[in-house]
Write a new protein. Structure first.
Length: 330
């Protein structure tokens, strides 16, 4: 009988500990992203964000990743973050202009002339100001990742000067500053959702687009574009945008787990993107995309157009942000 009772006691302890080990998570973080599984952003989310949070929360938080725009485009996923039906989205910074026009400052062409100065700005005074703007709209920015320098492509000819864009139908994001800038260059900008872009190019609804190298490869746009010109007009970011409503409900220790995981994810993605951009360019050339670089002199008229747009948007940005932009512009 004693042996039987001992066996039962051991079995009871095993059941208790097994139940604790496999207890259902208390919280679930749904992450919406338009990138594919092979993109550096999704790789970082899998290897760093998901892994860290589930381990360091000791199973209290489950992370579900939804790549390829499964939960909608940038705009839709951020709206879901505001409502807390999705807990985190990874939008391109340009999409955030739809929530507050001041966010367009990051889209000011040639604001940043190097990767280093770009991240110093968003990790510093410019990012702090923009993050406070979005926090008032129930969205917390937990980090900035690299989307890359944006370049122009089209199916007509290489672009060396603004006149080469005259009358060309160019896809842009739904971003007023981008639209006005490309108008000044002589193009005919047309906002189209990213998820619809490949088909729009295929069906010749538009003839041109602009994006970083990584997205050209990730989205297989080399199949529907012939020429890419290295204008480098905007250094763009992807943002880790988290639900403020969800974060406010988390205990302080779990808030710290999420915040650290987001920071580490951003740093990991940035490192990966450096090599990925270079590899993407090589791969695109190998697949037949014709790439041409612009000299410093050739870029001057593109830069001049950006200064005209900056003056046009001074009232939108406000003095405080314009002053910060002047400090970070290098």
């Amino acid at each position: 009988m004693k042996k039987f009772m001992a066996v039962l006691l051991v079995a009871a302890f095993v059941a208790v500990f097994a139940g604790a080990a496999f207890a259902a998570p208390k919280y679930t973080i749904k992450v919406a992203c338009v990138d594919s599984d092979s993109h550096p952003t999704m790789i970082a989310l899998n290897k760093v964000f998901k892994k860290q949070i589930e381990a360091n929360s000791k199973g209290q938080i489950k992370v579900e990743l939804y790549p390829n725009g499964q939960l909608g485009g940038d705009r839709e996923s951020c709206e879901a973050v505001q409502m807390n039906t999705v807990q985190m989205a990874i939008p391109a910074n340009s999409a955030m202009a739809g929530f507050d026009k001041r966010m367009q400052i990051l889209d000011l062409p040639y604001l940043f002339t190097s990767r280093k100065s770009a991240f110093e700005a968003v990790d510093g005074i410019l990012g702090k100001k923009l993050n406070s703007i979005l926090a008032d709209k129930q969205m917390l920015v937990l980090g900035y990742m690299e989307n890359g320098s944006r370049h122009l492509s089209n199916n007509r000819q290489p672009v060396y000067k603004p006149a080469d864009l005259k009358g060309i139908k160019l896809r842009t994001m739904e971003n007023k500053l981008h639209i006005e800038y490309f108008k000044k260059l002589g193009a005919n900008p047309t906002p189209i959702a990213y998820g619809e872009l490949y088909t729009a190019l295929q069906q010749k609804t538009v003839d041109a687009m602009e994006a970083p190298y990584a997205l050209y490869l990730d989205g297989k746009f080399y199949e529907v574009q012939k020429y890419l010109s290295e204008t480098g007009h905007v250094f763009s970011f992807e943002m880790l945008v988290f639900s403020k409503k969800f974060m406010d409900k988390l205990p302080k220790d779990l808030q710290a787990v999420v915040t650290k995981a987001a920071k580490d994810t951003a740093l990991s993605q940035r490192k990966t993107m450096i090599a990925y951009e270079q590899e993407s360019k090589k791969a695109l050339i190998a697949k037949g995309l014709k790439v041409n670089e612009l000299t410093a002199d050739q870029r001057k008229p593109f830069v001049a157009a950006s200064k005209e747009v900056a003056k046009q948007f001074e009232g939108v940005f406000g003095k405080e942000i314009m002053d910060i932009a002047a400090k970070v512009q290098k």
